[in-house]
Design a protein around this ligand. Structure first.
Ligand SMILES: C[S@@+](CC[C@H](N)C(=O)[O-])C[C@H]1O[C@@H](n2cnc3c(N)ncnc32)[C@H](O)[C@@H]1O
Length: 219
C-alpha cells in the first residue's frame, strides 16, 4: 500500500469496476458532446502546456492532443490502475501525452506552468476541503490570465435531473457530491481566488445535469 491509496475515490468507487468505466461514461453522460465543447473553449498555441487534471483513462487528454497537436499535454491521476488503462489508450493512438500519478491537491508542477487546466467528472470525487485545496493548487500552477475549464455534475435543472443524480450519489457518496448538485462549484472557485467564473453550458444526461464552467486566474 502506498501513501496515495485511500487518498482518492477511484473512477467508479471500487477498483474492480474501473475496467467498466469507459463504456459506462460513454453511454450515460453524453461524454463526447461535453468533452468536445470543453476543449473548444480554449485555443492552445504550439508549445503551450495543458493539464488534464484527474485524467482517468485519458479520453479528454487524447481529445485535447488531437485538437492541439503541437501543444504539450499532461495527464495526472491518483489511481495507478486507471493510469495503466490510460497508458494503453495513449500508446494505441501513438499520442505524445505525459501521464503521471499524483494527487490534485499536491500538484508536482512549478507555479505558472500551464496555459490551460481541464478537468472532467472529477471535482465531485472530493470533499469540500479537498475541492478547495485542489482549486488553490490549480490556481498556483496556472499562468496569470489562463483558465481552468471544468465539466462536472452541476445544479440539477429540474426534479428529473435531481432524481437521476441520486444514482451518482449512491455510488460516489453524498458528502462529496452535494456541493456539485447544489451548484456551489462557482462559489468555491471564487472563494479560492478565481475570477470571471461562468457556467458556459449545461447538459441533461441519464445521470443528471453536467455543467461546464470556466474560471480565470487574474493577470
Ligand atoms: C470519474 S473519474 C473521471 C476521469 C476523467 N477525468 C474522465 O472524464 O473520464 C474521476 C477520476 O479522479 C481520480 N481522482 C480522484 N481523486 C483524485 C485526486 N485527489 N487526485 C487525482 N486524481 C483523483 C480518480 O482516480 C478517477 O480517475
Amino acid at each position: 500500500m502506498t501513501k496515495m491509496d485511500g487518498s482518492f475515490i477511484p473512477a467508479l468507487k471500487f477498483h474492480r469496476l474501473t475496467s467498466l468505466y469507459d463504456p459506462l461514461v460513454r453511454w450515460t453522460t453524453r461524454e463526447n458532446t461535453f468533452k468536445r465543447f470543453l476543449v473548444k473553449q480554449v485555443q492552445l498555441s504550439p508549445n503551450q502546456w495543458g493539464l488534464d487534471l484527474a485524467c482517468g483513462t485519458a479520453t479528454l487528454a487524447l481529445l485535447i492532443r488531437k485538437t492541439y497537436p503541437q501543444s504539450y499535454i499532461v495527464g495526472i491521476d491518483g489511481d495507478a490502475k486507471i493510469l495503466r488503462m490510460a497508458l494503453r489508450k495513449v500508446s494505441e493512438f501513438n499520442a505524445n501525452i505525459s501521464l503521471l500519478r499524483g494527487l490534485s491537491f499536491e500538484l508536482p508542477y512549478p507555479n505558472d506552468s500551464f496555459s490551460a487546466v481541464f478537468s472532467t467528472l472529477f471535482f465531485h470525487h472530493l470533499t469540500r476541503e479537498n475541492k478547495q485545496r485542489t482549486m488553490h493548487e490549480v490556481l498556483r500552477v496556472l499562468q496569470p490570465g489562463a483558465a481552468l475549464y471544468i465539466a462536472d455534475w452541476g445544479k440539477a435543472q429540474n426534479l428529473l435531473m435531481r432524481t437521476a443524480f441520486l444514482a451518482v450519489q449512491l455510488l460516489d457518496g453524498f458528502e462529496n457530491t452535494t456541493d456539485n448538485v447544489r451548484g456551489l462549484l462557482p462559489d468555491l472557485l471564487a472563494d479560492s481566488g478565481f475570477i470571471q467564473i461562468h457556467e458556459l453550458h449545461h447538459y441533461m444526461t441519464l445521470l443528471g445535469t453536467i455543467s461546464v464552467y470556466k474560471a480565470l486566474k487574474a493577470k
